[in-house]
Design a protein around this ligand. Structure first.
Ligand SMILES: Nc1ncnc2c1ncn2[C@@H]1O[C@H](COP(=O)(O)OP(=O)(O)OP(=O)(O)O)[C@@H](O)[C@H]1O
Ligand SMILES: [Mg+2]
Length: 246
């Protein structure tokens, strides 16, 4: 990394003779390509925003304006995610701080709010009265929890979808439960969940959970999964409380 923090002048670590190292099964040499791809994603996003501007100037129709607002806010979210991704990869991870886990969960829910509204899912928040303060990196932890929340939303197929989020303090740990009443996970799939590329979805990438587990484990979190087919799934994450981190 040079003084401006960019890694673009680094040569890709391509080596035709030696087996390249990998992180969670993803070859390290692809990092440069991934960073470049992240850059490229921002170009069509700019075009989408420009097209929405034009569309909004062409109509006063409420339904169209409502939909264009959803497109604009979501493209802005992609933009922020890509910017954060580039930031983490160029300048190094944002440092950790003492943060209330409620704040992180509310941030993740905010990012998922359009999907929650579109599927008419009920949210039950049972946050502990005394705050769960943890020593974590806000941005990456929010992305990890968002990935788990998105899976919960995607698993809900019925009309009476409920997403329950519970935080509590137990034995010096902050315990987060993210629970859905969706399709559940077949027993034989539970051990495959964190393998990059494992997906049961038509358009799934199988990268949400491996990324979430990498982020959470790097913050010394533990993840447990309880699931029953056609009943639902619980992801239980335990993090050290800030007071017990030092
Ligand atoms: N709450 C859940 N309910 C049911 N199945 C789940 C749940 N969470 C995860 N899964 C299963 O785990 C698989 C892997 O999840 P992961 O988030 O890694 O990938 P994905 O959701 O399929 O794709 P991506 O997140 O890359 O869009 C999912 O395809 C699904 O089969
Ligand atoms: Mg997913």
């Amino acid at each position: 990394m040079n003084s401006t923090g960019t890694i673009l002048n680094k040569k890709p670590a391509l080596n035709g003779h030696r087996k390249s190292p990998s992180v969670n099964g993803v070859p390290k040499q692809t990092k440069l390509e991934i960073v470049t791809l992240a850059h490229e994603i921002r170009n069509p996003l700019t075009n989408i925003n420009l097209a929405i501007d034009v569309l909004e100037n062409m109509t006063k129709e409420g339904a169209i304006l409502e939909l264009s607002d959803i497109i604009r806010r979501n493209s802005e979210k992609i933009n922020v995610l890509v910017k954060n991704f580039l930031h983490l990869n160029y300048i190094g991870a944002e440092s950790a701080g003492i943060i209330s886990i409620d704040e992180v969960l509310n941030g993740a829910l905010e990012m998922a709010k359009d999907r929650i509204a579109l599927k008419k899912i009920k949210i039950e928040k049972l946050f502990t009265i005394c705050q769960c303060d943890v020593f974590i990196n806000y941005t990456t932890t929010k992305i990890a929890l968002l990935n788990i929340i998105l899976n919960a939303i995607e698993a809900i197929k019925n009309k009476d979808g409920v997403l329950t989020i519970i935080t509590k303090v137990r034995n010096g740990k902050c315990i987060i439960t993210i629970q859905d009443n969706g399709i559940g996970i077949p027993k034989e799939n539970i051990r495959k969940l964190f393998k990059p590329g494992f997906t049961s979805k038509l358009n799934g990438g199988g990268f949400g959970l491996p990324a979430a587990s990498q982020i959470l484990h790097s913050q010394k979190a533990k993840i447990r999964i309880k699931s029953e087919e056609n009943i639902g799934t619980q992801f239980i994450i335990s993090l050290n409380l800030a007071a017990n981190t030092y």
